[in-house]
Design a binder for this molecule. Structure first.
Ligand SMILES: [Ca+2]
Length: 126
């Protein structure tokens, strides 16, 4: 389950689900998110720069701090780290590049794509 959120989180859904900025593990998942981030809108994914590479914050939460993304969908000529501080990843660089990724300054004020954790919800139920 996905929704839009503002920053890293975690976010508690009213029924107890917990959400974080999304990691994207496959083309199918990217397509699904892209269909919900449309019309030139821009949104954060849950990644952070590590040197010349990136890693999913979700992986760090699970104890894997190694850089490297197994699936990527960069827009042509991205990531370019154009100002030397493009340390976050946004999805959907406009209509022509729908669903593609760009590295961008983390301080930009855009929404994020939130991904809900069903397992954490189940673990949290007593
Ligand atoms: Ca860039």
């Amino acid at each position: 389950m996905y929704s839009m959120c503002e920053t890293e989180g975690p976010y508690k859904h009213p029924v107890g689900l917990i959400a974080y900025l999304a990691d994207v593990q496959s083309q199918a998942e990217n397509d699904f998110i892209a269909q919900n981030v449309t019309g030139g809108a821009r949104a954060w994914l849950g990644a952070e720069r590590v040197g010349d590479d990136f890693r999913w914050i979700a992986n760090v939460r699970n104890g894997n701090e190694e850089p490297g993304l197994s699936y990527t969908n960069w827009k042509q000529n991205e990531p370019n780290n154009s100002s030397g501080d493009e340390d976050c990843i946004e999805i959907n660089r406009g209509r022509a590049g729908a669903g593609t990724w760009n590295d961008l300054k983390c301080k930009r004020k855009i929404s994020g794509v939130c991904k809900y954790s069903i397992s954490e919800w189940i673990e949290g139920r007593e």
